[in-house]
Write a protein that binds this ligand. Sequence first.
Ligand code: PHE
Length: 339
Amino acid sequence: MIEKINKYLEETKEFAATTIDEIESFRIKYMGKKGFINDLFSEFKNVPRENKKLVGQKLNELKISIQEKINALKENLEDKTESRSEIDLSLPGDSLKLGSRHPISIVRNEIIDIFKRLGFTVSEGPEIEDDWHVFSALNFPEEHPARDMQDTFFIETNPDILLRTHTSSVQVRVMENSNPPIRTISPGRVFRNEAISARAHCIFHQVEGLYIDENVSFADLKQTLLYFAKEMFGEKTEIRLRPSYFPFTEPSAEMDVACNICGGKGCNVCKYTGWLEILGCGMVDPNVLESSGIDSNKYTGFAFGMGIERITMLKYGVKDLRLYFENDVRFLNQFKSAL
Ligand code: PHE
């Protein structure tokens, strides 16, 4: 009987098949009800007791080997038919859906481009700041009510650490670390403790600018901002400056551009004034220069700061600030062509 088993082992191992029918008849021949394996098991009853263990083991080995053979043959066949009929290699591939830049990034890059053409460099700094760089170095006296102009997020356990409320903090770092002439803009994310609405958000983005050199005047500031407004909103754009107050600039102003929606005639976007406020600016207060180690008798400078959300709103007619943060693709897709 052992001989028979060995013979079957050999011939089944060598067996090859190319169709499912061939595999099926192979299975029936060996594993079917009336197949060789069942025959062998019937014969097994007559094997003398002392040989039973050895023959039993051999028999099981054969059975397992045949089953594995059948499985392998089937798998092989499936692989082949799949590659032949289910994948059509001549079909075009799936096209990848490309995203688009966020409107805030588009406008930030545009602002940076405009000021780069005037020779400004880009500087960045930390979002988590200390009191010195956000307030004290910028001429906000301690306990001064001007600190309330910007509702601040503080760290409860250490009021010296806070989230920056403007990127003027980056400019303090630049003034501390370099000598005039300084011509830099600092784009970045800022934080204020404001209730979220269509017109306000607790996270937004700014670009602030700083220019320090000998003989920098208010006329330089005005001309720089006029150039910016024309590049951003069109050649015909008019600007006006209104007196204002910031602790770090003196004199200070806010700049309006003629409403580009109604052309200055008055509409609900400009609240029927014909003007839209877009930024704060002024001549750097001598105290600020001195705090950062710059000689205020030798140097003067101007600074300005604007909200990117606001500029984007005016440029693209976005009516609700919250849209910038919701990542609704129907909103974002509209800016594809603006890249
Ligand atoms: N830092 C001011 C703000 O965040 C803007 C500003 C910058 C005003 C520079 C004047 C000069 O509101």
